[in-house]
Design a binder for this molecule. Structure first.
Ligand SMILES: NC(=O)C1=CN([C@@H]2O[C@H](COP(=O)(O)OP(=O)(O)OC[C@H]3O[C@@H](n4cnc5c(N)ncnc54)[C@H](OP(=O)(O)O)[C@@H]3O)[C@@H](O)[C@H]2O)C=CC1
Ligand SMILES: O=C/C=C/c1ccc(O)c(O)c1
Ligand SMILES: [Zn+2]
Ligand SMILES: [Zn+2]
Length: 357
């Protein structure tokens, strides 16, 4: 219990500037608070948001920044008021680690929409310390912002569910899109997109992948179980699929026109934007009016939904498709992710890596 009285020194990999290159960084964590759990990081997924943040795509990055928000770890210590967890538990930490607890979203159990949310890195905690993420030996997190990894789920498999998985599960649930038989599409077959295919298929949907090339077609159909595959630049394929979809989950992380995708939606169809794009997107109003179509967005999921998607995947036997790497490969992994060269999520074996300080 020594750390109740003292701060822990931790080694992580941090970006020091907008080149986004990660290098060793030593820092201290807050003293273990009443409701805090101390987590030895086992695995951490690499999300495209880590690139947006480390490379300052949103012009709001602070350095040094230890990224990583798909964190699975083992509880090694708990504060005196912790009731959810005990040492030895395997838990998950995602994108947010704090909220105000009093606003409407907080009271409605959708704390990800709290305007005072605290991000797991590139933010400042209530004690004034910068928050730092999961590419590090240890994290401290308030028990509210941790979830239990179900027994049937391998911890490295669970990591991508903590952001990618819940990010597709939450809008499908919120927008009433969980019924079997729906026809959906996943635009952009990366980390979030591949979980979209698996989760939508497990809900009993007919799932089309819309991709920028035909490179992933065999894999999408044979391994991920997609029902159809469209190459977005193939006008004939796109025209043949007009008016056919109840929803499209759009995970593309760069500017793209929306009209080709709006035309694929049926009456009342929904285009759900998930990609973080810091410039205006384009469409003309008749494209939505003439089919009462909706363009909307969604941000991760609540802690409750995060626990739910883990249970959903455990129950349905769903796994993520990952490439496991060590900490000394993280910079190469990030470069490959940026080049669209990953099948489909990198997960870093943090505890199995050597740390240099
Ligand atoms: N709303 C939210 O809460 C969340 C948002 N995000 C955001 O969602 C987006 C996707 O994240 P993630 O799945 O991790 O990203 P990935 O890089 O793993 O996947 C993105 C996919 O988009 C397609 N794509 C099209 N053009 C490009 C391009 N120029 N560069 C890279 N990919 C391209 C590719 O699919 P293909 O080869 O099929 O064309 C690629 O696989 C990011 O912007 C991320 O920040 C992530 C998590 C939560
Ligand atoms: O990967 C998870 C975070 C997503 C995200 C969504 C929106 C936004 O403005 C961000 O900075 C991050
Ligand atoms: Zn993410
Ligand atoms: Zn709040």
């Amino acid at each position: 219990m020594g750390s109740l009285a003292s701060e822990r020194t931790v080694v992580g990999l941090a970006a020091k500037d907008a080149t986004g290159v990660l290098s060793p960084y030593t820092y201290t964590l807050r003293k273990t608070g009443e409701e805090d759990v101390v987590v030895k990081v086992l695995y951490c997924g690499i999300c495209h948001t880590d690139i947006h943040q480390t490379k300052n795509h949103l012009s709001m990055s602070n350095y040094p920044m230890v990224p990583g928000h798909e964190v699975v770890g083992e509880v090694i210590e708990v504060g005196p008021a912790v009731s959810k967890f005990q040492p030895g538990d395997v838990i998950g930490v995602g994108v947010i680690v704090g909220c105000c607890r009093t606003c409407t979203p907080c009271k409605s159990d959708i704390e990800q929409y709290c305007n005072k949310r605290i991000w797991s890195y590139n933010d400042v905690y209530t004690d004034g310390k910068p928050t730092q993420g999961g590419f590090a030996s240890t994290m401290i997190v308030d028990q509210k912002f941790a979830v239990k990894i179900p027994a049937g789920l391998a911890p490295e498999q669970a990591a991508p569910l903590l952001c990618a998985g819940v990010t597709v599960y939450s809008p499908l649930k919120h927008f009433g899109l969980m019924a079997p038989g729906l026809r959906g599409a996943i635009l952009g077959l990366g980390g979030v997109g591949h979980m979209g295919v698996k989760i939508a298929k497990a809900m009993g949907h007919h799932v089309t992948v819309i991709s920028s090339s035909d490179k992933k077609k065999a894999e999408a159909m044979d391994h991920l179980g997609a029902d159809a595959y469209l190459v977005s630049s193939d006008a004939a394929q796109m025209a043949a699929a007009a008016d056919s979809l109840d929803y499209i989950i759009d995970t593309v992380p760069v500017f793209h026109p929306l009209e080709p995708y709006l035309s694929l939606l049926k009456l009342d169809g929904k285009l759900i934007l998930l990609g973080v794009i810091n410039e205006p997107l384009q469409f003309v109003s008749p494209m939505v009016m003439l089919g009462r179509k909706a363009i909307t967005g969604s941000f991760i999921g609540s802690m409750t939904e995060t626990q739910e998607v883990l249970e959903f995947c455990a129950k349905k036997g769903l796994t993520s498709t990952i490439e496991m790497v060590k900490m000394d490969y993280v910079n190469q992994a990030i470069e490959r992710l940026e080049r669209n060269d990953v099948r489909y999520r990198f997960v870093v074996d943090v505890a199995g890596s050597k740390f240099e300080s």
